[in-house]
Design a protein around this ligand. Sequence first.
Ligand code: ITT
Length: 221
Amino acid sequence: MSPTVWFLTGNAGKLVEATEHLSHLGYVVKQLVVEGNQLYEPQAETLEIVAKSKISQALQHLPDEFAKDDMILVEDAGLFVSALDGFPGIYSSYVHSTIGNLGIIRLLNHLETEDTVSSASLRAAHFKAVAAIWRDGEILIGEGICPGHIALEPMGGSGFGFDPIFIPYDLDKDLQPLSAGNYGEHSTHGKTFGGVDLATKIKFSHRTRALQNLFNQLPSA
Ligand code: ITT
């Protein structure tokens, strides 16, 4: 029987995406719920530190059904806007729940009137995800990046978080991201992550890349 991957997350969107990806690799994914929602997310300098802190907390809240070969998965992600020196980055959760998608767009529109840089480079951004698994006392880390740019206005009602304002760059035939302005075999045709279906987002996403990077380090299930 395949080991269960217990994903410690309170974010339903992240759970759906990870489940979709890992079920194709033969894993069963279950949400690891911390009772009373007492999960503490440190305001650390890197996503790696946050991910490791989540693993230590998960170890204190293992469910009774946790079997010897099971794994704990945590993942921390953020949106990094180049013209804002990587903001909101590690503050993504807080920024999304305060100024939201429109706040990011307003910040960029404000810069645009003051700056001479072209609009396309001004709006460059990337998502980064760091995923970590704990298995039998060992921690492995995987990282994934999805480059793209911020839309002029929110578009599309799918996904979660910053999905409605993020347009990924096209991918080549090997699913590798191209740089700004290059057309590739895989494209959202200017649609944001909020305007495409789950299968399409997964093809481009930082989360998929982090999970691929991580699970490539393990023998297959
Ligand atoms: P956890 O319980 O797993 O910590 P979270 O919602 O706090 O879930 P993260 O810290 O990983 O998630 O991500 C911070 C924020 O970044 C998140 O709340 C979203 O607003 C945004 N975000 C992360 N991944 C995203 C994605 O794939 N698409 C859109 N927004 C994303």
